[in-house]
Design a protein around this ligand. Structure first.
Ligand SMILES: *Cc1c(COP(=O)(O)O)cnc(C)c1O
Length: 455
């Protein structure tokens, strides 16, 4: 029997009996069964019941060039045929990984010239934690260990990267290591009140300096931030926030790390949000869009200050993974970057589709259960509220988001809910017609949600 001859119900039974999926309530999954995704093409995913769903999330913020691109398949096939695997430990390397390292040095901001490879964003951030602390030890300041990040920040799901992240639910499940600290994010919807944008930017940045002073700059190693907080709810900082942040990091002599796992590879209309926002990070995490999700790969870009210290007297860096710099993943990444360049996807986002997405979504802000619409490049959030006067948030946080998400999916649009914010992160190849369809279904889902709640 081929896979497609087995019924949906049987697949759900097999899956829920044996597969413990990530970020899943296993009790609920056993009762209802998972949606079985069988294939994807362009911007659509298809499930085993034959439903066609427009993928407003590009998988999980990662399929930047869309599904079914033969160039990436060919790159993988060719490389698997020539050299499917060899490690990079013990003074060996391979052609694709050397070429990819050089390419990443060219497209990232100035001063980031070296790449360390891993398989996931979580591992990239674990690598950053180790490298940052190792760097300060080499500088003769081993007590500089504390890493500050932000509430609702997402940096991955290993014990260290989840401790660094600002998701309290994850901290509560054995991921709350010492020497991590968190400040409030520049979340205007919650914290701006009647401050103007410049005031709020300065204020939100001052939370970092206050915390550094509280802990003692002699104990703080780094500040880590996503340029736009993705999994935390597409939180877009006010203009000027990161300029203040970078001043503070320089003044206090702590490293500034940009987690560009979502914002990298064209999503904000430049290769990296660091360029869109004029940031000069000491280190940068990247994953997701690096291979458009076709195979797993992540990287850490290491800035010259840290790299030159490691080179001059670091000795061996006792860190790495069997699959660090995997030749097949590197070949797919190179083909993916080439495709992004050849099709002008970054310019297309910057000059056409990102402004169009913002314009098309804006009218939804007038909807009776919408408190705010935010966009930045090909990222968007629609913040749901119970009442617009205030605004009044829903009491049971997250319940309404799930209702709205399910209405969207049943109408053929995949969008995600973070608390009560509806999230979009489509492929960079998304067309104006795809955007129109997304906004149309999102509007219907909002209506259906409000009706169901009697609002
Ligand atoms: C997804 C994500 C990660 C973690 O990446 P994984 O590949 O899931 O380990 C880290 N940082 C950010 C900003 C992310 O969005």
């Amino acid at each position: 029997m081929t896979f497609d001859e087995i019924s949906t119900r049987d697949w759900q039974a097999i899956d829920s009996a044996h597969h413990m999926a990530p970020f899943t309530d296993y009790g609920a999954q056993r009762q209802h069964g998972a949606r079985i995704i069988t294939r994807a093409d362009g911007h659509y995913i298809f499930d085993s019941d034959g439903n066609r769903i427009l993928d407003g999330m590009a998988g999980l913020w990662c399929v930047n060039v869309g599904y079914g691109r033969p160039e990436l398949v060919k790159a993988a096939t060719d490389q698997m045929t020539k050299l499917p695997y060899y490690n990079n430990f013990f003074k060996t390397s391979n052609q694709p990984v050397a070429a990819l390292s050089k390419k990443l040095a060219e497209i990232t901001p100035e001063g980031l010239n070296n790449a360390f490879f891993a398989n996931s964003g979580s591992e990239a951030n674990d690598t950053i934690i180790r490298m940052v602390r190792h760097f300060w030890a080499l500088e003769g300041k081993p007590e500089k260990r504390v890493i500050i990040s932000r509430d609702y920040g997402y940096h991955g799901s290993t014990i260290m990267s989840a401790s660094m992240g600002g998701m309290s639910g994850m901290h509560d499940q054995a991921a709350n290591e010492p020497d991590f600290d968190h400040i409030r994010p520049p979340y205007g919807f919650l914290y701006q009140g009647n401050q103007d944008e410049a005031e709020f930017a300065a204020n939100a940045a001052s939370w970092l300096e206050d915390r550094i002073i509280e802990i003692g700059a002699d104990r703080v190693a780094a500040f880590v931030a996503e340029p736009v907080q993705g999994a935390g709810g597409v939180i877009v900082p006010p203009q000027g926030y990161f300029a203040h942040i970078q001043d503070i990091c320089r003044r206090q002599d702590i490293l500034f790390v940009a987690d560009e796992v979502i914002t990298g590879f064209g999503r904000t209309g430049q290769w990296f949000a660091s360029q869109t926002m004029d940031l000069q990070p000491d280190m940068m995490a990247m994953a997701k869009g690096l291979t458009s999700g076709y195979v797993p790969m992540s990287a850490v870009m290491v800035g010259d200050r840290v790299a030159s210290r490691l080179v001059s007297d670091g000795g061996e860096f006792y860190h790495g993974f069997t699959y660090s710099g995997h030749p097949v993943a590197a070949a797919v990444a190179l083909a993916n970057l080439e495709l992004i360049e050849r099709e002008g996807l970054i310019e297309r986002v910057r000059e056409d589709t990102a402004p169009y997405l913002a314009e098309a979504l804006a009218p939804l802000a007038a909807h009776r259960i919408v408190g705010e619409v935010r966009t930045f490049g090909m990222l968007a959030a629609i913040e749901l509220v119970q009442g617009k006067d205030g605004p009044v948030m829903f009491e049971d946080i997250g319940a309404t988001g799930v209702i709205c998400r399910d209405h969207a999916i049943s109408r053929g649009l995949m969008m995600r809910a973070v608390r009560d914010a509806m999230i979009l992160s489509p492929a960079l190849t998304y067309s104006r017609a795809d955007i129109d369809e997304t906004v149309r279904i999102a509007g219907q889902a909002l209506d259906a949600t409000a009706d169901q709640l009697g609002l």
